[in-house]
Design a protein around this ligand. Structure first.
Ligand code: ATP
Length: 394
């Protein structure tokens, strides 16, 4: 963990929150590479679970919500952790409004789900979706954790990616199984080490107040096996408490849908990916650190180097290559230090390919493209470089 935290800080993935003022416990700030990684994860998630489907409705709801929402959902009473024999509610409370008598108590959402429930009727009125369907969103959540710890694992402010999938009561088990399988597909697709992920059937006394069945997807983090994602059967708990229901135009029945809810922590995904990907090995007789991230998720896809930084014609040609690739994908320019050092620097941030412009380029318009994992280099024509990379990224 120490090595990962130090790499994250050194290379601009993740910094401690408000660090110049001594830091604020439970907060971390994503630097340029971390922001890119986080964005790639969210984009892949949105593509898989929202955009590519016909039964999912995207949402971006407010972070601040009035007390009534949390009273109805049961969070005011139940969203607590034990502290010195008392129940400590971990929701952050604040007030909106300025004038006396016109202020209202609000809470920063500790989960995304209530945003989907309070918009349930809006989505129905706008789209008339047929059951089963889902409402999905990605967004920030806040929990006043009693003891934040383990880097991104337990923080006070984090991104969740989540959807509520509305089904008929009789179908909940079928869809629970279906989404479990989809969650495993996601885990494989983003390149998490499958052997490090384990399903845990959560015992009734450990389940959240709204759940009748929960499976945790646990991950073997460097500090132990801990929850990465959750899959919960929320029953009709929330819609019932918000006094919402569904009318089926075909069968003319009115009923309260039941909910199957897959939840993915984005920060825990970043941490699991970094710890899956981090390796120390030897290449060409030299020790190196390498992040074996899947190319689709890696923050930078390709780095472009002129072999020497003080040769006009090499730089000019390398700039041309850089400009060809820049509109296509995330590209980094590096002309600092010798080529071996530049490879090491890219390996350390998980860049899958490095393209070098050398003296041969000036003769025959070919460049080398070097693979992060094997260290092998191929020579290809500059005309092919764009298609070659796009092909690799598919
Ligand atoms: P834990 O038992 O670890 O506190 P939980 O059971 O309270 O988690 P859920 O309410 O199921 O967590 O939250 C759903 C998901 O949100 C988790 O699977 C995790 O990915 C993420 N998550 C929850 N709390 C935090 C936190 N403090 N920091 C980062 N991610 C979190």
């Amino acid at each position: 963990m120490k090595k990962i935290i130090s790499l994250c800080k050194r290379r601009g993935f993740i910094y401690p929150g408000s660090e110049i003022y001594g830091g604020l416990s439970g907060t971390w700030d994503y630097g340029p590479l971390g922001a890119e990684l986080l964005y790639n994860i969210k984009e892949a998630w949105w593509e898989k679970f929202v955009k590519s489907r016909d039964d999912m409705y995207g949402l971006a709801s407010s972070i601040i919500m009035p007390e009534q929402v949390w009273a109805a959902s049961g969070h005011l009473e139940n969203f607590t952790d034990p502290l010195e024999g008392e129940k400590f509610n971990t929701m952050f409370k604040s007030k909106v409004g300025a004038l006396k008598g016109e202020t209202a108590d609000i809470y920063l959402r500790p989960e995304l789900a209530q945003g989907m429930f309070v918009n349930f009727k809006n989505i129905i009125d706008s789209y008339h979706p047929k059951i089963p369907f889902g409402i999905a969103q990605i967004g920030r959540c806040f929990r006043n954790e009693i003891s934040p710890r383990d880097f991104l694992f337990r923080v006070r402010e984090f991104d969740l990616m989540e959807f509520e999938y509305f089904v008929r009561e009789k179908d909940w088990e079928k869809y629970f199984e279906y989404w479990k399988k989809e969650m495993w597909d996601w885990i494989k697709e983003i390149g998490l080490d499958k052997k490090k992920v384990h399903e845990l059937e959560v015992a009734p006394e450990n389940r959240a107040h709204y759940s009748k069945r929960t499976i945790d997807f646990e991950y073997d983090f460097p500090f132990g096996r801990k929850e990465l994602y959750g899959l919960a059967y929320r029953t009709d708990h929330d819609l019932k408490n918000h006094k919402l229901d569904y009318y089926d135009e075909e069968t003319k029945e009115r009923f309260i849908p039941h909910v199957v809810e897959p939840t993915f922590g984005a920060g825990r995904t970043v941490l699991a990916l970094l710890s899956s990907a981090y390796e120390e090995d030897e290449m060409g007789g030299e020790k190196r650190i390498v992040l074996k991230l899947k190319p689709q998720i890696a923050p930078i896809k390709v780095a472009v180097f002129p072999l020497l930084a003080n040769k006009e014609n090499l730089i000019k040609k390398a700039r041309e290559v850089y400009e060809i690739l820049k509109p296509e994908t995330a590209v980094m320019w590096d002309d600092n230090g010798n080529i071996g050092k530049r490879y090491r620097r890219q390996d350390e941030i998980g860049t899958p390919w490095c393209v070098t412009v050398d003296f041969e380029t000036l003769e025959n318009n070919t460049v080398t493209i070097r693979d992060r994992d094997t260290g092998k280099q191929e020579r290809i024509d500059i005309k092919e470089i764009k298609n070659c990379l796009l092909e690799k990224l598919k």
